[in-house]
Write a protein that binds this ligand. Structure first.
Ligand SMILES: *Cc1c(COP(=O)(O)O)cnc(C)c1O
Length: 390
């Protein structure tokens, strides 16, 4: 089945629900059983069948099935947020004494989790250059159990050579996890590129409407899948059926939305490149981006999120720009239908490869509005920036 057909059909079972197109929202903690034998049977396969609310409901199981199918994996697990998916992955795989290789351009809260929770547990993290590629082999130690990737990187958008990293990691028996949120399950096929576990902050493009938090992890190894499920149940990480339903609803239009996000983002990014206030646009879909060749080789599209490096300007000038935007709202998160803008200046922590840009920087999420309106909004913003005394 082609991707668009999968997005439409995966995880739907109308025959189980009186012909209803969608799996309903099941509100359930208790599941009852008619006989002792049935109770025992369901308990034995508690990861596949509703057994108790904390293990999942038909709604969360449907989401897991759908996301796994679309991302190209055998198994999927639903988690209450993207951060939950990251934490559950790290806590399932790593033990005290283990070593983790973490990409330097990772999502900030993931970095925080490594530096606090993992450090407390006696798990050592080494940050590596996002552009390291096969050179990661030199950082592998006998204790390295996991190499964690995120491509393109949060805020800075470097594209990683995932196949080369995966090959080096697998040579010494380490697993590879990828935060695949930027590409969504549609624009990067992790399991054809050597990834063992793929993480989605489904809060972003899968939900797609800025109205729910949700995470997913997909993978092919059954033993690891059962260990992950065990972690989630043990920690009490249960995903609400309402959120799972919203994730499924978002998934059905994911392909159509992403196509438009990509078209709009390219139009806005190309326009920004030509503005005198802009030093560089960080978007691998642009032909002159340093990550373009890897992106073109490994990805099938670009989503609506990119960075902008502005020429030197004062804090007051950037504030004058941001305070007056009409269509771009200021906010964390992204992946919804609406455009967002965020100042990222001075907010890019690095340890392996310093981030040297001295000027202001922004992150834009280009939504589904008409790009002409978005461009006019940005031009007016840049005019405010220029007019404001430095
Ligand atoms: C937002 C985000 C997360 C965290 O997702 P939440 O659902 O907000 O917890 C993880 N990784 C990336 C790359 C993100 O952008």
């Amino acid at each position: 089945m082609k991707k668009d057909t999968l997005v439409t059909h995966a995880g739907r079972h109308p025959e189980r629900f009186d012909g209803m197109v969608n799996t309903p929202v099941f509100r359930a903690s208790t599941v009852t059983f008619p006989t002792v034998a049935e109770m025992g049977r369901r308990h034995a396969s508690c990861y596949d069948l509703p057994y108790y609310g904390r293990y999942g409901t038909p709604t969360t199981l449907a989401l897991e099935e759908a996301v796994a199918a679309v991302e190209g994996a055998r198994f999927g697990v639903a988690v209450p947020s993207g951060m939950g998916a990251i934490a559950a992955t790290l806590l399932t795989i790593l033990r005290p004494g283990d070593h983790l290789l973490m990409v330097d351009s990772v999502y900030g809260p993931t970095r925080k989790f490594c530096d606090s929770a993992l450090t407390r547990m006696g798990i050592e993290t080494t940050y590596y250059d996002p552009l390291i590629g096969a050179g990661i082999a030199a950082l592998m130690t006998p204790a390295t159990k996991l190499v964690f990737c995120e491509s393109p990187g949060s805020l800075t958008f470097e594209v990683q050579d995932i196949p080369a990293i995966a090959e080096a990691a697998h040579r010494t028996g380490a697993l590879v996890a990828l935060d695949n949120t930027w590409a969504s399950p549609l624009f990067f096929a992790p399991f054809t590129k050597g990834v063992d576990l793929s993480i989605q902050a489904a809060t972003k493009y899968v939900v797609g409407h800025s109205d729910a938090l949700l995470g997913t992890i997909t993978l092919n190894d059954r033993t690891l899948y059962e260990r992950l499920k065990e972690t989630l149940v043990m920690f009490g990480y249960s995903t609400g059926s309402e959120e799972a339903f919203l994730g499924m609803r978002g998934l059905r239009s994911l392909s159509a939305r992403l196509e438009r996000h990509q078209r709009n983002a390219l139009a806005v990014a190309r326009w920004l490149q030509d503005q005198p206030e802009v030093a560089r646009v960080l978007y691998p879909a642009l032909p002159d981006d340093p990550g373009h060749a890897l992106w073109a080789r490994d990805f099938t599209g670009a989503s609506g999120l990119f960075g902008v490096l502005l020429n030197p300007a004062s804090k007051a000038q950037v504030t004058a720009m941001l305070d007056g935007m009409t269509h771009f709202a200021m906010g964390f998160s992204w992946g919804g239908f609406e455009s967002l803008i965020l100042a990222t200046t001075g907010n890019i922590p690095r340890s392996a490869r310093p981030w040297t840009w001295e000027g202001p920087s922004l992150r834009l999420h280009v939504g589904l509005e008409d790009p002409e309106d978005l461009i006019a909004d940005l031009r007016a913003g840049l005019d405010r920036l220029t007019r404001e005394p430095a």
